[in-house]
Design a protein around this ligand. Sequence first.
Ligand code: PMP
Length: 299
Amino acid sequence: MEKTKFIWINGKFVKWENAKIHILSHALHYGSGVFEGIRCYKTNKGPAIFRLNEHIDRLFNSAKFLKIKIPFNKNQIKKAIIELIKINKVDECYIRPIVFYGYGKMGLNPQGAEINCAIAVWPWGKYLKDKVKVKISKFIRLHPKSIISEAKVCGYYINSIFATLDAKENNFDEALLLDYRGYVAEGPGENIFIVKNKIIYTPKLGNILPGITRDSVIRIAKDLNFKVVEKDITVNELKNCDEAFFTGTAAEITPIIQIDNKLINKGKEGEITKILKDKFQKIVHGEDNNYKNWLTYVK
Ligand code: PMP
């Protein structure tokens, strides 16, 4: 990964190399942390962070479920992110805030361990290829009664890691996980959309992370007068769609051109996918005034 100069930890800017924690940190052993992935884009008015408020709201909401009391308020975290981007002198980056139970306590009741809060930023280009081949995973998404689906918890990602390793081992670019009922859920770090007869479908909330890119794409598509339906999607519907794409902060909008052995749209990016992708790129780069509320400029 491409380094930057400073990382923010518990209120201080420290050198990238010195951003270290104790080996007995609770989260390292049990995944007891929450995090966010945010992107900052280059615009002609300087760097702009995409939907910062919504990401910070989700971070605090995730923390609440894990009984983590973040020792900073939302404004302090937002200010720290902006300051960090400035002092690292990056005009485009990925932003990773993480809050976790640290040193001082082992065992499965994390309360009493210290709370650590850190933010790193670094240039991170494409997360996925331009177009991806996807394997329906042998691993299912975590059961909504085993976890809190709307929280972005570190430990959950072991499910995504197993699915990703399995997809890569089988020469696919990315996995797609079904939910416990067998309906389409999401990718390891992306939500999914399909298009059939010009109608856009995406799995309804409940068994998936409520993605901020998902929310943005639904809004953009509706503004462009497309019909968007949130519903349970079967594997059969998925494999017989006209277009499919992933959405996520890291993945942005990535066309899916193959699912298992079935080509989607003859292995090409779909037309509606392209319309949404182009619009999304304009918005994040500050070229569409109708969505300027979604950008926080780093000044
Ligand atoms: N699902 C999962 C499991 C994810 O990790 C992510 C990435 N945060 C997403 C969906 C997409 O969410 P967002 O658009 O908010 O990045």
